[in-house]
Design a protein around this ligand. Structure first.
Ligand SMILES: [Zn+2]
Length: 319
């Protein structure tokens, strides 16, 4: 019988000397502890997994509590209270990051029209007419006007955007939407106009955008997935077709929450972790949203399976 599937016949056996096991709280369930280094834990009680809350005051009692998965930021917690403490700290950390992001200076970029003029891809007359059309219509992107009114090749507009952003232009050959939906929530793909394109060497994720890059989102995905995210631009019409296709594919289930305050957000997130009891969970900020991802099944393949993770996206009204 595998060690990890064996239910402890007598929980007292695992208690440190002198500790009396009391009531239901003291139940030890090794059956559900399938993912940790349980063999070591079982044979050497001194090395039992300890609570990740540095201020946990449950002492030895936490070892006796039900040991099903409840892991946040890679650390196991012994109780809902300890989960709450870790989640609160993570929410605070992410919110402080937001304050720092606001002070970032915007990089100056050469206007698209000038880039194209400089490259000799359009004439001054074409640029003037496109700007005028844009002004009269009170909007619309200059690149779109150049293509629509002046017959400029869309590919050149994308190349110019690539020069403007100093980023590569990415192709969408062999794009498999179904394989890519596990990397980020559908809401982010939709709202931030991101297109997970492909993975390379198991550690590099290409994220495509139509008109401008989104470094904040890329950073969030990088922190969440642990992959290096490479951003690039995709030619408009190709992007839109692929974007529509991926939005129709199956994404991880998501829960959307709007919290009135930071403590309310932390409470809702901690509650979700307690309810799902994930193998691991992580919290990162993506723009003004807090994104919680919970892994409910062990990772098996190179691509994240949308069925093995659950997302929660929380916005805080006071942001
Ligand atoms: Zn604890």
């Amino acid at each position: 019988m595998p060690l990890l599937s064996r239910r402890a016949a007598n929980p007292d056996r695992l208690a440190p000397p002198g500790l009396k096991v009391r009531g239901q709280e003291a139940e030890v369930d090794f059956e559900s502890n399938r993912f940790g280094s349980g063999a070591i834990e079982r044979s050497r009680p001194a090395l039992l997994r300890t609570c990740a809350n540095p201020n946990c005051d449950s002492g030895w009692l936490h070892l006796m509590r039900r040991r099903s998965g409840r892991v946040f930021d890679g650390g196991w917690t012994c109780s809902p209270e300890c989960t709450r403490v870790l989640v609160e700290a993570a929410v605070r950390r992410e919110r402080e990051g937001l304050a720092g992001a606001g002070s970032e200076t915007r990089r100056h970029r050469i206007p698209l029209g000038l880039v194209m003029l400089e490259q000799g891809w359009i004439s001054a007359t074409q640029l003037r007419r496109a700007v005028e059309a844009q002004r009269q219509a009170r909007g619309g992107r200059l690149g779109v006007w150049l293509v629509r009114r002046e017959g400029v090749r869309e590919e050149l507009v994308t190349r110019a955007l690539g020069l403007q952003w100093s980023c590569p232009v990415l192709g969408i050959d062999q794009h498999d939407p179904e394989a890519m939906t596990g990397f980020l929530p559908r809401l982010f793909v939709d709202a931030f106009g991101a297109l997970p394109l492909r993975m390379a060497a198991g550690r590099l994720l290409y994220l495509g955008f139509e008109e401008r890059l989104d470094p904040a989102l890329a950073l969030a995905v990088e922190r969440m997935t642990g992959m290096q995210v490479e951003c690039g631009l995709v030619q408009g019409s190709l992007f839109r077709a692929a974007h529509t296709r991926i939005l129709a594919a199956r994404f991880p289930p998501v829960q959307l929450i709007e919290a009135a305050s930071e403590p309310a957000a932390a409470q809702a997130i901690a509650r979700a972790v307690e309810k799902v009891r994930p193998l691991d969970a992580r919290l990162v900020r993506a723009h003004e949203c807090l994104w919680l991802r919970m892994w409910t099944r062990p990772v098996t393949g190179p691509y994240p399976d949308p069925g093995s993770v659950r997302d929660l996206i929380c916005s805080i009204a006071s942001y």
